[in-house]
Design a protein around this ligand. Sequence first.
Ligand code: MN
Length: 506
Amino acid sequence: MIDLKQYEIWFVTGSQHLYGSQTLAQVESQAREIATALDRAHEIPVPIVFKPVLTTPEAIQALCLEANNTPKCIGLIAWMHTFSPAKMWIGGLNVLKKPLLHLHTQYNRAIPWATIDMDFMNLNQSAHGDREFGFMTARLRLGHKVVAGHWQDVPTLLLLGAWARTAAAWADWQGMKIARFGDNMRDVAVTEGDKVRAQIAFGYDVYGYGVGDLVQMVNAVGEDEVDTLVKAYLDEYKVAPELLPNGARHASLRYEARVEIGLRRFLEQGNFKAFTDTFEDLHGLQQLPGLAVQRLMRDGYGFGAEGDWKTAALVRAMKVMSAGLFGGASFMEDYTYHFDVENNAAVLGAHMLEICPSIAEPSVKPHLVIAPLSIGGKADPVRLVFNARAGAAIVASIVDLGQRFRMVANGVNVISLPAVMPHLPVARALWRPRPNFPVAAAAWIYAGGAHHTCLSYAVTEEHLRDFANMAGIEFLMIDMETDLEAFREKLRWNEVYYHLKTGMAC
Ligand code: MN
């Protein structure tokens, strides 16, 4: 359900008329060559579309307005091949609503020592042309991104690719609908938030539903549809004997299939990309959806438990950012600790049920089991149990601080489980936070980071930083370089900056 090829990013080159038509023709053909190379680069998953060289304020503004009004255009890459006097860009940049990346590169890689002359110097001017443009983007206080490097170098392409993925996730949020079944888990603070401010800041809309609306759709599912889905479960998973067709609890598996079909239908019919539920509001459902939620997440839906719409939106965004990359993304919760190393600890992440199988060890079939939920007093839910694979990953959270939002992320190393846990009937990930537990956990708590997160192996700090930039919100990264006292200072300074930045704005 996530297709990054549906979008485009426009490659925009700035110049001016002073150089004459011959130079401008060269500018155009070289810019076209760069745009084509970026379009073909496998590091950049979104198509790059060449746009004619811009040399007047009118043309610049017209292009920016056209970008705003073109839904599939998710951002602009701007490059000043030659000098492009930047007052020409004020009108356009002032109206531009799409994310902007300033690519600071040069067509020519090496200086041709033996032949360099003033014609060469007149053409290859981005060293100062891009600085003129950079002054204007700084003067306008744009929340854009700058990437500097040769356009054929892999590190440059990777930065462009990360930004392109982030721009796709940002575009995906604009007008996104989130279905919220029931309200918030009673009394919980961090999952609450200002949905109006979120819609203004992030572009998505949270639609509340009574769980009865979902129940109606679940109950309308036909037995033949349930038969087909149950067969798929039996193929795909290692199913507990009691859930098999002749097992004592097979009816629970059939019921979960019914819930999956009903829930999927509800989301498809309403054009929702993410959803939440809560175990405190299940009237008319026999059990909290488990397997159904896990499979919907695997297919690209964002999810947040206990009414957590902010995390549901973030899970969806991180699924878009990581589409097609190795390593999944899942709703996650810091559950319990393992203090096996002095002054350090590993975190066992899990949830009551809803961990996405996209992060599972690929070599092992997930187990499909049934067990009590131990909370909520409903029937026992069916769920997939698996271990997350070992590897470097990131966990991220967005919290509502009252006047604004903050994103907090932590680099983690997911490790292999040192032992089997035969009595724990939920999917789980064990990780060591970077730089270590005392710093990472204290920093996270000082920042007010939530217990609900999204964990991903494919999303990086680069993606999340770009994303927070596009949203204009604070981004705090906790990783190898984090010093706890410097981090606390940053919290204080950021408080002042964002207070001033927000001002009278909404
Ligand atoms: Mn939870």
